[in-house]
Design a protein around this ligand. Structure first.
Ligand SMILES: NC(=O)c1ccc[n+]([C@@H]2O[C@H](COP(=O)([O-])OP(=O)(O)OC[C@H]3O[C@@H](n4cnc5c(N)ncnc54)[C@H](O)[C@@H]3O)[C@@H](O)[C@H]2O)c1
Ligand SMILES: O=C(O)CC[C@@H](O)C(=O)O
Length: 532
C-alpha cells in the first residue's frame, strides 16, 4: 500500500483518483511545521503540496520512502529541487491547470488598478461617497508590456488585444514568427519600461529574473506606468517600487505575490494608497484547483506504480509520442546497463548508447537515465540510484555519456537494436539488446557474439577457447556442486577462435565453484550476472 501525504489544502474533487485507488492511502494533514513534517514523512511514499509547504532538504532526507513530490500548481520554488534530484525523488507539477485562472486574475488586477476599484470600494463601504478621487484610465489604445511570454503571459496578451491594447513583450524563447502570429511586438526590457503604459510580469523567479525591474529600470521608466505582478515576489524590487511610486514615476501597482509571504504587517505595500494587493490568489478558482489536483494525482499514481508519467520538473520533458515509442525500451536499457556493468572490470569512464533501426532516427536521450541506472546500480546499490538521479550521479563521477548513431545504419533485423558500450579504466565491452515482437526483451549480442537471452535470474558468462570438451567439463563441475543448468547457449565468431558460453542457472554460484571454473585452462574469464 502506498501512502500519500497531502500537506496543503488541495481540492478533494481533484484528489478523487488518489482516494479511489486501491493501492493508495491518502492522509491530509495541513499546516505542519518543518519539524513536524520531518517526524511524519518517513511513513510516506508521496507528498502533495501547493505553495505553503516548504519542502526542504531536511524533510527529504527524513523521507526514506519518498519517491515523488507533487506540486498542485506551477512554481516549484518551495521545493529544494537539487536535494530532490540528489535523493532521486521525482518532483512533478501541474503546469497547465491554472494558466487561464491566473491570466484572468492578472486582468482583474489590471482593471482594478486602472479604475481604483479596491480603494473606491473601501471608501464607499466606509460611508464616503467620493467620486473625485478615483479618476481612472482606459485600457484602450494603451501599450501593455509583458515580461515572460510562456503559458500565462501569452493568454494575458491575447485578452489584452481584445481591450484594444497594443502588446509588446520580451521572452528569450519567443521567436519573431510566433510573436507575430500572436500579435505581440517583440521588445527588450529596456524598450518595455521606457514605452509601456502597463507592465505585467509572467516569468519564474530565477537568479536572472530576481529584481529584473529595479532602480535602473525605474530610473528610465515612462512616467505614469502601472505595474502588475501575479507571478512571483522578487521579480520586481519592492523597495525600489515604493520609491518610484512616491516619486510619481509609477502611477499604481497591483501585486498578488511578495518577496516574503505572507508579508509582514508593516510591509509598505499594505498601506500605500497606490498599491492594491491580493494574498497569492492567482490560481485560486474552483476550476484551477480541481485541474491541478487532478493532474498531480494522476501522475503520482503513475509514478508510484512505476508507469510512464509526465511533467517531471527534475527530469527532461519528453513529448508524449516519443515517450510512448521509447517506453518499451526503458527496462531493456536498465538490464543492458546492469549486465554490462557486471561483466566489466575497472572504474566506469565512458558510456555510449547506440541505436539502430527506427530508433536511430529518434531522439533517444531519454533512454540514458535508464542505462545509467542499470550501470550505477552495480556499485551504488538499487536503493541509491534511480532514473531521476542517475545523470547527476554519473556527472558527479566524471562519467562521460554520449549517444551515437549505430555504425550499422539500419538494424540487420526487422526490429530496433540498442547497443550499450562501456569504457572503464581497464577495458571496453558492449552488449546489444532488442525488444522482440513476440518474445519481449532479449540480449541479442554480447560483444561480437550473437546470443538470445532473456535478462532474468542468474547466468554464468564464460569466455573460453572454442575447443571440444569444455562444455562437458563445465556441466560436470556445476552438476557435482548441485547447480542446475536451466539452459545453455554458445556463441562464437569463427571456429576455433574465442567463444562465449552462457548458462542460465537456478541459483547463485558459490565462490569456490567460480574458482574451479577459472582454473580450467581453456577458460579465460567467468562472470556471474544476476538480474533482480
Ligand atoms: N499568482 C499565482 O498564484 C500564480 C499561479 C500560476 C503561476 N504563477 C507564476 O507565474 C509565472 C508564469 O507561469 P507560467 O505557467 O506562464 O510559466 P511558463 O514557464 O509557461 O512561462 C514562463 C516564461 O518566462 C520566460 N522567462 C524566463 N526568464 C525570463 C527572462 N529573464 N525574461 C523574460 N522572460 C523570461 C520563459 O521563457 C517562459 O516562457 C511563474 O512564476 C509561476 O510560478 C503564479
Ligand atoms: O497553490 C497556489 O495557490 C499558488 C499557485 C501558483 O503560485 C503556482 O505557481 O502555480
Amino acid at each position: 500500500m502506498f501512502k500519500v501525504l497531502v500537506s496543503d489544502p488541495i481540492s478533494d474533487f481533484g484528489l478523487q483518483q488518489l482516494n479511489g485507488a486501491e493501492d493508495v492511502e491518502v492522509v491530509k494533514i495541513t499546516g505542519l511545521s518543518e519539524e513536524e513534517l520531518v517526524a511524519v514523512i518517513p511513513h510516506y511514499d508521496a507528498l502533495l503540496v501547493r505553495s505553503q509547504t516548504k519542502v526542504t532538504r531536511r524533510i527529504m532526507e527524513a523521507g526514506v520512502r519518498l519517491k515523488v513530490i507533487g506540486r498542485a500548481g506551477v512554481g516549484v520554488d518551495n521545493i529544494d529541487l537539487e536535494a530532490a534530484t540528489n535523493r532521486g525523488i521525482i518532483v512533478i507539477n501541474a503546469p497547465d491547470g491554472n494558466t487561464v485562472t491566473t491570466c484572468e486574475h492578472t486582468l482583474a488586477m489590471m482593471m482594478a488598478l486602472a479604475r481604483h476599484i479596491p480603494q473606491a470600494y473601501a471608501k464607499t463601504v466606509a460611508g464616503q461617497w467620493d467620486r473625485k478621487s478615483f479618476l481612472g484610465v482606459e485600457l484602450r489604445n494603451k501599450v501593455l508590456g509583458v515580461l515572460g511570454l510562456g503559458r500565462i503571459g501569452i493568454e494575458v496578451a491575447k485578452r489584452a488585444a481584445a481591450f484594444g491594447m497594443t502588446v509588446i513583450g520580451y521572452d528569450p524563447f519567443l521567436s519573431e514568427e510566433r510573436a507575430s502570429k500572436l500579435g505581440i511586438k517583440p521588445a527588450t526590457v529596456d524598450e518595455i519600461v521606457r514605452t509601456a503604459d502597463f507592465m505585467t510580469v509572467h516569468t519564474p523567479l530565477t537568479s536572472e529574473t530576481h529584481h529584473m525591474i529595479a532602480k535602473p529600470q525605474f530610473a528610465v521608466m515612462k512616467r505614469g506606468m502601472r505595474i502588475i505582478n501575479c507571478a512571483r515576489g522578487g521579480i520586481i524590487d519592492e523597495a525600489a517600487l515604493i520609491e518610484a511610486l512616491d516619486e510619481g514615476i509609477v502611477a499604481g501597482a497591483a501585486f498578488d505575490v511578495f518577496e516574503h509571504e505572507p508579508p509582514a504587517p508593516d510591509h509598505p505595500f499594505l498601506r500605500h494608497p497606490k498599491v492594491i494587493v491580493t494574498p497569492h490568489l492567482g490560481a485560486s478558482t474552483v476550476e484551477a484547483q480541481e485541474n491541478v489536483a487532478l493532474d498531480v494525482s494522476e501522475q503520482v499514481i503513475h509514478i508510484l506504480r512505476q508507469e510512464p508519467f509526465k511533467n517531471a520538473v527534475n527530469m527532461p520533458a519528453v513529448p508524449t509520442d516519443l515517450l510512448n515509442r521509447l517506453q518499451p525500451c526503458f527496462t531493456l536499457c536498465s538490464h543492458l546497463g546492469n549486465s554490462l556493468a557486471q561483466m566489466t572490470d575497472g572504474a566506469v569512464r565512458e558510456v555510449t548508447l547506440e541505436c539502430s533501426g527506427e530508433l536511430a532516427d529518434l531522439d533517444v536521450t531519454p533512454l540514458i537515465p535508464y542505462v545509467l541506472k542499470g550501470i550505477l546500480t552495480r556499485h551504488l546499490g538499487s536503493e541509491q540510484v534511480n532514473v531521476v538521479n542517475a545523470m547527476h550521479l554519473a556527472k558527479s563521477r566524471d562519467i562521460n555519456v554520449s549517444v551515437q548513431k549505430s555504425l550499422l545504419a539500419h538494424s540487420p533485423h526487422a526490429f530496433d537494436e540498442i547497443t550499450i558500450r562501456l569504457k572503464t579504466t581497464v577495458e571496453e565491452r558492449w552488449v546489444t539488446g532488442a525488444v522482440l515482437p513476440d518474445a519481449g526483451e532479449r540480449i541479442v549480442r554480447i560483444g561480437p557474439y550473437p546470443v538470445e537471452l532473456s535478462p532474468e535470474g542468474h547466468m554464468l558468462l564464460i569466455s573460453q577457447k572454442d575447443k571440444p570438451g569444455i562444455i562437458g567439463r563445465v556441466g560436470t563441475l556445476l552438476g557435482d556442486n548441485g547447480i542446475n543448468i536451466a539452459s545453455m547457449q554458445v556463441g562464437r565468431t569463427e571456429i576455433g577462435d574465442s567463444a562465449v558460453m552462457i548458462l542460465k542457472i537456478d541459483k547463485k554460484t558459490p565462490e569456490s565453484v567460480m574458482e574451479s571454473l577459472v582454473a580450467i585452462p581453456e577458460i579465460k574469464r567467468v562472470r556471474e550476472i544476476s538480474f533482480d
